[in-house]
Design a protein around this ligand. Structure first.
Ligand code: PA5
Ligand code: NI
Length: 184
């Protein structure tokens, strides 16, 4: 029997993915209207500003029970007003599906929220490991001045439910005030 070469690779430095069945999603400022508190600052910025990119390896079809997806999110550094660049954030469509995140490069915060709106947050750094339980919304925030790279693995049937976060947010925002990173 032939022992085959690997079909996919990830960079040991920042998790960048290569190989078959990989794809990339780009999210720009214009995709996140209404997500940031300071609308005036938002409207002054270039809507084409790239906020983050997600590379994903999907060996099975979305929705496959028992399948797994693997991805790396790259968040650029920056702020809208006092609020750091962040992902949209979501609950999973099948809400009880859990997920792993791990820090690869840069400094950030992972914000969690349960279905009753109770929020909490954890620091993300190279080597940090984060278990996102089912029924918990999650959002990544880049609090550093360099790119934040974070790996993730989640069930292929989890899906993304963006509506509740787009409407009501996380109840907490990660900002810089007087040189300090705060959650308020
Ligand atoms: O599956 C995940 O939770 C991640 O891969 C996110 O989808 C990624 O970080 C982008 O965030 P969002 O989907 O909230 O825009
Ligand atoms: Ni998720």
């Amino acid at each position: 029997m032939e022992i085959k070469d690997p079909r996919n690779h990830f960079s040991k430095e920042n998790g960048a993915l290569s190989g078959e069945k990989t794809s990339k999603t780009i999210r720009k400022l214009k995709d996140m209207k209404g997500f940031y508190e300071d609308e005036e600052a938002f409207n002054k910025m270039d809507p084409e500003t790239v906020l983050y990119e997600v590379e994903m390896h999907a060996p099975v079809k979305a929705g496959t029970e028992g399948g797994l997806f693997f991805g790396t999110s790259f968040l650029n550094p920056g702020k809208v007003g006092e609020e750091f660049f962040m992902t949209k954030g979501h609950f999973h469509e099948i809400i009880n599906r859990a997920e792993y995140y791990w820090g690869l490069e840069g400094e950030g915060v992972l914000v969690f929220m349960d279905e009753d709106g109770n929020a909490s947050a954890e620091k993300v750094c190279p080597g940090s490991l984060h278990f996102v339980p089912g029924k918990i919304a999650h959002r990544l925030v880049n609090t550093g001045d360099t790119k934040l790279a974070v790996g993730a693995c989640w069930p292929a049937d989890a899906g993304h439910q963006y509506g509740p976060i787009a409407e009501s947010g996380f109840g907490v925002r990660i900002k810089e005030k007087n040189g300090t990173i705060i959650a308020e």
